[in-house]
Design a protein around this ligand. Structure first.
Ligand SMILES: C[S@@+](CC[C@H](N)C(=O)[O-])C[C@H]1O[C@@H](n2cnc3c(N)ncnc32)[C@H](O)[C@@H]1O
Length: 219
């Protein structure tokens, strides 16, 4: 890869890419929006706005530049909240969004609940990706470290029956991570969205029906 190409953020800048152009034309901060849109269309991870009494809380780990928050915000009501965490800034002005500029490795998960009035999250998203080095095994390991931290946080702040969507760079330990999720969630599935670049070794894992700490499933 040339040095010039290497400077592009894979998610936000690749002029000529269909999804990049579509995201820009529709006012979204990144092409990643289309992956979440596909997953929402197929699996309905955000609830319908109508007929809902309790607010819906989303934790978005690795939220910058913010296309997932923009997409989520359109699906949510004024009572709902999206708490976004990233080491990079965002430029989103939305009353439903609370942004914390921090690395997930420095977060106290319990402190996140201060933003929700101590109510646990309904959905934890992690689209986190490490800065890629081009060394496959190293990039896979860094992605796994982010996924493990996302799971650590989710297991502390997710409500019973809540869901988690996490991006992982597929590698030797993906199956073990998948098994870890299966111990904590009733349903776990692999997803490779159409809008994910074919050459990319990323995939998403959707885990639903988070089990309680005592192993019960809330009915
Ligand atoms: C693919 S981008 C996320 C795109 C986002 N979903 C959107 O729709 O705009 C991956 C993000 O993970 C973030 N990230 C990487 N390591 C992180 C860490 N340790 N803590 C928090 N965020 C991290 C990066 O800064 C980057 O913004």
């Amino acid at each position: 890869m040339s040095r010039k190409a290497g400077r592009h953020n894979k998610n936000t800048r690749r002029p000529g890419d269909h999804f990049y152009n579509a995201a820009r034309d529709q006012g979204y901060a990144a092409r990643s929006i289309f992956k979440l849109q596909e997953i929402q269309n197929k699996y309905g991870i955000f609830p319908a706005k109508s007929g809902r009494i309790t607010p819906f809380y989303v934790l978005d780990l690795g939220c910058s530049p913010g296309s997932w928050m923009q997409f989520a915000s359109n699906l949510l009501t004024e009572k709902d909240r999206i708490i976004g965490i990233d080491i990079a800034k965002i430029n989103i002005n939305d009353p439903k969004v609370i942004f914390i500029q921090e690395s997930v490795f420095n977060m106290d998960p319990a402190a996140l609940l201060e933003h929700t009035g101590n109510r646990k999250f309904d959905l934890v998203l992690s689209d986190m990706a490490p800065k890629t080095s081009g060394i496959k095994l190293q990039d896979q390991q860094r992605s796994l470290d982010l996924c493990l931290e996302a799971l650590n946080i989710a297991s502390r702040v997710l409500r019973k029956n809540g869901s988690m969507l996490v991006k992982i760079f597929q590698g030797p330990d993906t199956a073990t991570y998948f098994d870890d999720l299966k111990k904590l969630f009733k349903n776990v599935k692999r997803i490779k969205p159409e809008s994910s670049r074919k050459e990319s070794f990323e995939m998403y894992i959707l885990a639903t029906e988070f089990l309680s700490s005592d192993g019960d499933i809330q009915s």
